[in-house]
Design a protein around this ligand. Structure first.
Ligand SMILES: Nc1ncnc2c1ncn2[C@@H]1O[C@H](COP(=O)(O)OP(=O)(O)O)[C@@H](O)[C@H]1O
Ligand SMILES: [Mg+2]
Length: 360
């Protein structure tokens, strides 16, 4: 079944790993959790002995704080630049803790309080009046009833009043349903993982009362070349496997592409010798993965089956021009002042295909 679904949820994709962890797990589990915090940590950061693949590459301490927060009374807020794996970590944490990453609210400017608490099936409401049948619980109410994790994506995109509807849920762990003359209390195991983008309307604008109910954990942009290369390589390989494609990714290609991303992001060459103009677009790790994967698709379907710098260049141009076409000038300058001088096959391929810049 799974092969036909474009994207199965984490608990389905990682079912075998979660089974192995359950069998191994001898540590105390918080009420409502299917595995212990230690096992959740192994699930997120990987464990070669148990053959658990790392989901997140980065700082162990931050992940431990995130997991410990979820055992506490406080909710977890993952903050960071776009593409730093906030949603990815949130999905995998909920899959590990309660085998359900689907109780999710996507925050937008149009999110309403109903979507956070509950709403009604209006046909049934008209026919029967307020009843359990006509009540439509929100993902949060469902999570409270079952003692699970609810996810709230991009919370800062919601208007302040809607965000503040969470305050009473988080402090009282209950939702009042006056129409049914009832209060629903959260079962143990319930908590919320929210994510917020530092590029959006800021986290600073959240009300002080709401901020106090969250522990903030920042997921940083990876500045270490080797670490970022492992993410780019691993995620691209996973995506190739999901699409049943076989293609060799050369270390040289992964290293060159990741270097391009780091140098454009930081505004200087890795050796610190030369300044580079940074594009206004976010040069995120996630974007590097999609550029490389896009290059792989070009190579598979229109090339000789070997992905090279020229394939990658075509995707890179689109990724950089996404927000502002003027960003292509930064890329063009980078090609002329940095890439041109570099030795190595992939650097040369990037430089030689600079004509793609003019194609947009
Ligand atoms: N440090 C990292 N470790 C593992 N994967 C990462 C890392 N940083 C980014 N990624 C990858 O980037 C992709 C995008 O992440 P996402 O969670 O959508 O970003 P965000 O929600 O922060 O904008 C995911 O596929 C994830 O695997
Ligand atoms: Mg996200």
């Amino acid at each position: 079944m799974q092969a036909e679904i474009i994207r199965a949820p984490a608990e389905a994709r990682c079912q075998e790993e979660l089974q192995r962890l359950k069998a191994w797990d001898k540590y105390p589990r918080p009420t409502g959790w299917q595995i212990s915090p230690r096992a959740v940590e192994k699930f997120i950061l990987g464990d070669p002995e148990l053959n658990i693949k790392p989901k997140y590459i980065g700082d162990r301490d931050r992940i431990q704080v995130a997991i410990a927060t979820l055992v506490s009374d406080r909710a977890l807020l993952l903050v960071g630049e776009p593409g730093t794996a906030k949603s990815w970590v949130s999905e995998h944490l909920s899959a590990a803790i309660c085998n359900d990453s689907q109780l999710t609210i996507q925050g937008t400017a149009g999110t309403t309080e109903d979507q956070i608490k509950y709403s009604w099936n209006y046909a049934l409401l008209m026919a029967e009046g307020p009843s359990d049948r006509s009540l439509v619980p929100s993902p949060i109410l469902t999570a409270m009833r079952a003692g699970r994790i609810a996810r709230f994506e991009e919370i800062t995109r919601c208007v302040a009043e809607v965000q503040d509807a969470l305050i009473s849920i988080l402090s009282e762990k209950a939702i009042a349903i006056p129409e049914l003359e009832r209060v629903e209390y959260a079962k143990r195991g319930f908590n919320i993982i929210a994510t917020a983008n530092t590029r959006d309307r800021g986290v600073n604008e959240m009300s002080a009362a709401l901020k106090r109910r969250f522990n903030f954990v920042e997921l940083p942009v990876l500045s270490d070349l080797q670490q970022e290369m492992s993410v780019v390589r691993q995620r691209t390989q996973e995506m190739l496997a999901e699409h049943e494609l076989q293609l060799d990714l050369s270390d040289e290609l992964v290293e060159t592409l990741t270097t391009v991303f780091q140098e454009l992001r930081m505004g200087q060459t890795l050796d610190g010798e030369q300044k580079v103009k940074s594009p206004s677009t976010v040069m995120s790790t996630a974007e590097a993965v999609s550029v490389l994967f896009g290059g792989c698709l070009l190579a598979t379907h229109f090339g000789e089956g070997m992905v090279n710098g020229s394939h990658v260049m075509r995707l890179l141009v689109g990724a950089i021009a996404k927000e502002d076409k003027n960003d292509l000038e930064s890329l063009s300058e980078y090609l002329e002042t940095v890439v041109k001088k570099r030795e190595g096959r992939v650097w040369k391929e990037l430089y030689e295909t600079r004509r793609w810049l003019k194609s947009l």
